[in-house]
Design a protein around this ligand. Sequence first.
Ligand code: TRP
Length: 77
Amino acid sequence: MPVTIGEISGEYVVIKALENGVTIFALTRGVDTKFHHSEKLDKGEIMIAQFTEHTSAIKIRGRVELLTKHGGIKTDD
Ligand code: TRP
């Protein structure tokens, strides 16, 4: 079950890097949309990230396998 943060359901996503130098950007929740955090992953590294009151969108640059409650997806080659 997702953790509830106030009215916000903090869903998790699982990101596995399929190459070196994958970058994950976290975008702010609210009227302004800004990057507030970034993470670099190397091949084989896994990150579990949560949507919170601060983060409403995530941008991923690079080849990954992504698991969400909506399903799994793998970037094209
Ligand atoms: N600040 C925006 C918001 O909270 C961030 C965002 C969510 C967004 N979904 C998006 C930005 C889709 C661009 C596209 O709604």
